[in-house]
Write a protein that binds this ligand. Structure first.
Ligand code: CAA
Length: 258
């Protein structure tokens, strides 16, 4: 267990479990949470024994947003000069996969953090929303873009304009969450899923994450070309030889990460 001010970080074999830990503020994301998460994710990426991370909160709240009390007195000049929230872009540059295990409220920045992860496992009590409009502001950590890409314009626009929350079943139907599981099991299920990913050949994991993410950044033809080149590149790895030999010999692969 590593020590941070606002998060708990636990290594479960090859899985890094990160738990947001500001219960008094429903895990509201202040600058310290960002600093702690960035440090934890940098350590995770750099640690060759770690293959996949899970980010979670409490059963009541994944995170109820950016910290309103921290932002309340800020003016345009401060926000603009410091490019407030730009640090979150570094979280999205984590190269290994991150699963969000979402119980309870994932609102505003909480919903945005969940969407910065590679996929979302939702507990049956999860509630997703972008209620910033009720504070006379807007999403600021990517919600207007990532939510729209995840659920389409109609639902994203309605949620941003009204602040309406989406429950877990709707989130799964709409493509925001990959699956819904019981609240009591969501963290264990996410850790189990992360362990499956961590058991894959590491270079193939990086390549798969990179190519799916390319779908959001490029045209179809450029994305397909990018995928094909990474696919070709994997044939230069020892693990590809091992993976295909293991299939033919009907045994599990033993990866070297080379
Ligand atoms: N920032 C700071 N503190 C917060 C917070 C937030 N986003 N959300 C909750 N808290 C605090 C509350 O102020 C309260 O603290 P006190 O006990 O000191 O008063 C504590 O957490 C418990 O919250 P509530 O008493 O409000 O709990 P509830 O069960 O009655 O309501 C809730 C839960 C519906 C989630 C409600 O807390 C709420 O509406 N929170 C704010 C949601 C929100 O607007 N999020 C967007 C923030 S802006 C943003 O995220 C910008 C962006 O794009 C990144």
């Amino acid at each position: 267990m590593s020590s941070y001010e606002t998060i708990l970080v636990e290594r479960r074999e090859a899985v890094t479990l990160v738990t947001l830990n500001r219960p008094q503020a429903l895990n509201a994301l202040n600058s310290q949470v960002l600093d702690d998460l960035l440090a934890a994710m940098a350590a995770f990426d750099a640690d060759a024994t770690q293959g996949c991370a899970v980010v979670t909160g409490s059963e009541r709240a994944f995170a109820a947003g950016a910290d309103i009390k921290e932002m309340q007195s800020q003016g345009f000049a401060d926000m603009y000069a410091h490019d407030f929230f730009a640090g979150w872009d570094r979280f999205t540059r984590t190269r290994k996969p991150i699963i969000a295990a979402v119980s309870g409220y994932a609102l505003g920045g909480g919903c945005e953090l969940a969407m910065m992860c590679d996929f979302i496992l939702a507990a049956d009590n999860a509630k997703f929303g972008q209620p910033e409009i009720k504070l006379a502001v807007s999403p600021g950590m990517g919600g207007s873009q990532r939510l729209t890409r995840a659920v389409g314009k109609a639902k994203a626009m309605e949620m941003c304009l009204t602040g309406r929350m989406m429950d877990a079943a709707e989130a799964e139907r709409a493509g925001l969450a990959s699956r819904v599981v019981q609240a009591a099991e969501v963290v264990e299920e996410a850790v189990k899923t992360a362990a499956t990913i961590a058991g894959m050949a590491p270079l193939a994991v990086l390549a798969n994450k990179e190519m799916v993410n390319a779908a959001f950044e490029t045209s179809l033809s450029a994305g397909v070309q990018f995928e094909r080149r990474l696919f070709h590149g994997l044939f230069g790895t020892a693990d590809q030889k091992e993976g295909m030999a293991a299939f033919v010999e009907k045994r599990p692969g033993a990866w070297t990460g080379k």
